[in-house]
Structure formats: structure tokens, C-alpha cells
Design a protein around this ligand. Structure first.
Ligand code: SF4
Length: 369
């Protein structure tokens, strides 16, 4: 599946240096342009004032500076989450979500970015699945989601309490959990992570960047072999029995639970790092005590923590419903009794369809079961 051509926002510092070297210019010119773009958010080459006029004009005339994404829609949730619809240059809409922390963490912000337009994997509970896969996003389109959101935050310093803080510190976490399966678009995803984490630009700590997969094993193996990836890995598990997981996540037919576990056992983890297992609790489907024990067995020998996510229905007539509090509490107690680290996540933005599994544009969500 192809993607839009990469434009300057997706270029690495090395590519910028090469561009200048090919014109007989010193390498540091490339670093200067990269800093303008990513540290200062300046995307008009004529405003890059530490470059001579000739170089600015060459940049302006030789490269494609049309923004990869424009803001098409902004929706605010009662809990402070903001869902963005970004128009692509070929007329599609990509969604991203800005999620504030709560309480003492209210100045912490997570951005959830999309990696593909739609998704091919067809998870039964997911709104994006109904779109099918339209195309991959380019590295520039992924990076641009973060840039557009930073611009939005900069325009409302009171709302986001950004005043007086460097732009690079406005966001705390970036998660690749929006539309698409990131590991099916790994080159663009890794290129975007490298741009976001580069010290010459946003300098975003790679440890606070999470790539989430539905269990696309070839992508997991490729990521395991990627020399420079220093981010976090999350895996949407949702069930440990093949029949149920295949029903929820058809990717399981191709890469069943045991195969996924094998890939996770082989995944290289730095000291003190853990893989996050995401588990949406569906009432009466995957939330029994026996299923909690199956999850414990899945975790044996793995360095993991478990994120339990409340299910949020999307569209009318959803075939699923969330686990009631008592079942959820019993499930949590069994996991904790086995010594597992369990995080009960509150799902943000459900009133604007911005919660996990709710992102979709231009299609009706599916309700299968
Ligand atoms: S949950 Fe993720 S992998 Fe599954 S269909 Fe939705 S976007 Fe694709």
C-alpha cells in the first residue's frame, strides 16, 4: 500500500544535510533548517533568517512546502480531550486526539496519532475498521499531526498552560494508537519517530513514544530488528483464546495467540522496560475469572504490564458492552493476586468518539458479533 510522497516535514536531519551537501553547502545548514521546522515550528523557508537569501529562495523554489495536513475539524470533549480531523492533500481526513492528564497531571498532555488512513485489520469493536485501508500515511503526515496540535496549543496558552514553557515540553507522551496498524507502515512510522525524537528538533524522549500493534507479527519482528528504535511497545491483546481473539481481531487467524507470544518473548527490551498489554473488558465476553487466569498464563515469562481499558460503544446498535464494575474488580483482583502490574485506564474523549477504537472518518462503524 503506497503512501503520500514525503515532504520536508518528514525529512531526517541526515536528509537535510545531504540536500545542502549536494549544493556545496556545509552540513550544519541542514541542521538549521531541521531546527526551524521542528524546534520553532517555522515552515516558510523565507522566514529561516539564519540562511542567506539565495539559500532561502532555493529551498522555497525547489521543495514542496504545501502543508501535508490542514485542520478540518476540532471537537472538544467534556473531559478536556480534543479530537482533530486533519484534511490530507488528496482529500481524506485523518484523526488525532489530544488528551490532558487529570489532577496533578493536568499539565501533562498525550497525543494519539494515526499511522494509516483507515485500517486493513478489521477488529470487530473498532470504528476505524469500517473504513478499510485507504492508504498508509507518510512520515510527514504523521509528524504533521503533532505539529498541528502544537500550533493549536500555542494559540490557546491559557487553556493548555503552555505559557513560559519551551514548545518541546508541551507534550508528555505520543502514542501511535489512532487510525491504522503502525507496524504495517513501519518505515514511515520509524522515520516519524526519529524526526520527533531528534535532539535538533522537538527532542521528544523516545521513551515517551509508544507504538501500539494489534499483533502484526512480521511488523513486530521487523521492529525487534530495528537498530534505532528506543520507544515503547504496546500490544492490543483483548483475549487469550484463539477462537475469541479471532472473532474480536481477525489478524489472530494469521498470527494466533501462541505465535504472538513467541514474538513478544523474542522482543528485545532494555533494562527496566516492559511491554504494555492492552485489554478492553467486554461484558460477558472476555472478563471471566477463567479468562483472567488465561491472561496470567499468557504473561508468564514476559516483562509486561496490563492496561485494562473500558469499552466505549460507537455508532448505534453496538454488539458489545462494557464490563460492569463488579466483574471488572474481580478480574483485576485475580491479575493482581498473581503479581501482575495492572493499570485501570480511564478512556478519554468518549463523548466525541475520540476514545480507543472510536476513530473513523467517512464511514459507518461496524457492529459485528
Ligand atoms: S483496533 Fe487498531 S488494528 Fe484493529 S481495526 Fe482498529 S485501527 Fe485497525
Amino acid at each position: 500500500m503506497g503512501c503520500a510522497e514525503d515532504t520536508p516535514l518528514g525529512w531526517s536531519p541526515g536528509r537535510w544535510r545531504d540536500w545542502f551537501a549536494a549544493r556545496g553547502q556545509p552540513a550544519f545548514r541542514g541542521d538549521q533548517v531541521f531546527a526551524w521546522l521542528h524546534r520553532f515550528g517555522v515552515t516558510d523557508p523565507m522566514e529561516m533568517t539564519n540562511l542567506g537569501r539565495g539559500l532561502r529562495e532555493a529551498l522555497a523554489s525547489e521543495l514542496d512546502w504545501e502543508p501535508p495536513l490542514s485542520v478540518a475539524a476540532v471537537q472538544r470533549s467534556a473531559d478536556g480531550s480534543v479530537k482533530f480531523g486533519f484534511g490530507t492533500r488528496d482529500g481524506h481526513v485523518v484523526e488525532s486526539v489530544l488528551i490532558p492528564g487529570s489532577g496533578r497531571d493536568r499539565r501533562k498532555y498525550t497525543v494519539c496519532v494515526s499511522s494509516q488512513l483507515g485500517c486493513a485489520l478489521g477488529c470487530a469493536f473498532c470504528a476505524t475498521a469500517g473504513m478499510g485501508l485507504v492508504r498508509d500515511l507518510s512520515a510527514a503526515e504523521i509528524v504533521a499531526q503533532v505539529h498541528r496540535i502544537l500550533e493549536h496549543m500555542g494559540e490557546e496558552p491559557g487553556t493548555y498552560q503552555t505559557a513560559g514553557r519551551p514548545r518541546a515540553q508541551w507534550l508528555t507522551n505520543i502514542v501511535y494508537m489512532g487510525m491504522g496498524e503502525p507496524l504495517m507502515n513501519l518505515p514511515a512510522v520509524l522515520a516519524s519517530v526519529a524526526v520527533l525524537a531528534d535532539p535538533g528538533g522537538l527532542d521528544f524522549s523516545a521513551r515517551r513514544i509508544t507504538i501500539s500493534t494489534a499483533g502484526w507479527v512480521p511488523g513486530l519482528e521487523a521492529l525487534a530488528a530495528a537498530p534505532d528504535f528506543a520507544g515503547q511497545l504496546a500490544v492490543s491483546l483483548h483475549a487469550c483464546e484463539d477462537a475469541l481473539r479471532t472473532r474480536l481481531m481477525p489478524v489472530n487467524r494469521r498470527y494466533p495467540v501462541a505465535r504472538l507470544r513467541e514474538a513478544l518473548l523474542a522482543f528485545p527490551l532494555a533494562a527496566r522496560r516492559r511491554i504494555t498489554l492492552e485489554y478492553i473488558l467486554f461484558d460477558g465476553l472476555n472478563d471471566s475469572p477463567a479468562q483472567a487466569r488465561a491472561l496470567i498464563r499468557f504473561c508468564e515469562g514476559l516483562r509486561v504490564k496490563v492496561n485494562l481499558i473500558p469499552y466505549h460503544a460507537h455508532g448505534e446498535g453496538s454488539a458489545f458492552s462494557p464490563s460492569p464494575p463488579a466483574r471488572k474488580a474481580a478480574f483485576v483482583a485475580i491479575l493482581q493476586g498473581a503479581g501482575l502490574t495492572v493499570i485501570e485506564r480511564a478512556s478519554a474523549g468518549s463523548d466525541i468518539d475520540a476514545a480507543c477504537g472510536q476513530l473513523a472518518t467517512g464511514s459507518k462503524p461496524r457492529a459485528t458479533r
